[in-house]
Write a protein that binds this ligand. Structure first.
Ligand SMILES: [Zn+2]
Length: 288
């Protein structure tokens, strides 16, 4: 409780002109708390206007470093605020985004490492086999609850809609590697990303960056179900990755809250009609 009260005060004096607004910081941090219960123990100021998070793993990680960055710098060295700034469009929305707007392609490595493990052995100690569709995948234990809940809905969906089964085959998840053509660790390294049937779902480097028909035609039932359980879909990026679903529950939380705020009807004050004046209320007639 004390922490909650402290945050607005911290933010007010901590933020330089370029930094995140207090409202956005509070929304982001609320969603991080919701997405990863018990993970954030404290929010505090760092030097140069930074906002830091103390975590249950005993680490202090940067929420906002207070620095303006180019897209390339964000991709290479994002803080958590950079990774959450671009709003993720929930189904059924599939807007045509620009490469600058891709929600979720920018990742905070310190956050992922604190959550899932700092190196391959640390991650592998926490990876386990979990059922998904009619197969199983090797995923990080932190995803167990979300994947169980997803599976509880995916199995009946596939039973009712056999036409969707082909999308949920040859699935891959944990694989320690860098993103093709970069030196950045792939989210697959941490066991938080699932690739669904690469034979039918394609990837921008294989077919060019022009919007792919599957970005519009890929079954919304599957995408919506993954989103419901905390996964974003790579089919919404201009650097599209149709097969790729990634566990980023903080982005889904933020998307839901922003959508709810948009849909909330503006509370209109009832028109304050003045009661018709009684005769006695009329001002006394005067000469003008
Ligand atoms: Zn992938």
């Amino acid at each position: 409780m004390k922490r909650l009260l402290l945050l607005p005060a911290l933010l007010l004096f901590a933020l330089p002109a370029l930094a995140v607004s207090p409202e956005d910081a509070q929304l982001d941090i609320a969603c991080l708390r919701e997405a990863y219960p018990g993970f954030i123990l404290n929010v505090k100021n760092g030097s140069g206007g930074a906002i830091l998070l103390e975590t249950s793993t005993g680490e202090t990680i940067v929420y906002d470093d207070g620095k303006a960055k180019t897209l390339k710098e964000e991709l290479e060295n994002a803080d958590i605020e950079d990774s959450m700034r671009r709003p993720y469009p929930l189904e059924p929305n599939r807007p045509h985004l620009t490469p600058e707007q891709e929600p979720g392609r920018i990742r905070s490595m310190p956050l992922l490492k604190a959550l899932y493990g700092h190196d391959k052995p640390a991650v592998l100690r926490n990876v386990t086999r979990m059922p998904l569709a009619n197969e199983s995948i090797q995923a990080h234990k932190r995803l167990q609850k979300a994947l169980n809940a997803l599976q509880a809905e995916l199995k009946p969906l596939l039973a009712a809609r056999p036409d969707l089964a082909k999308y949920c085959k040859s699935m891959g998840c944990q694989y320690w590697r860098v993103i093709a053509g970069t030196s950045r660790l792939s989210p697959h390294s941490f066991g938080i990303a699932i690739d669904m049937n690469p034979k039918i779902a394609t990837y921008w480097q294989w077919s060019g960056m022009k919007r792919h028909p599957q970005q519009d035609s890929y079954p919304g039932e599957i995408v919506a179900l993954f989103e419901k359980h905390g996964f974003i879909w790579g089919g919404k990026w201009p650097h599209y990755d149709i097969m790729h679903f990634e566990y980023r529950p903080e982005l889904i939380c933020k998307a839901r809250r922003l959508r709810a705020a948009q849909q909330k009807p503006v509370l209109q004050k009832p028109l304050q009609r003045k009661p018709a004046p009684r005769k006695a209320d009329f001002p006394a007639p005067h000469e003008d």
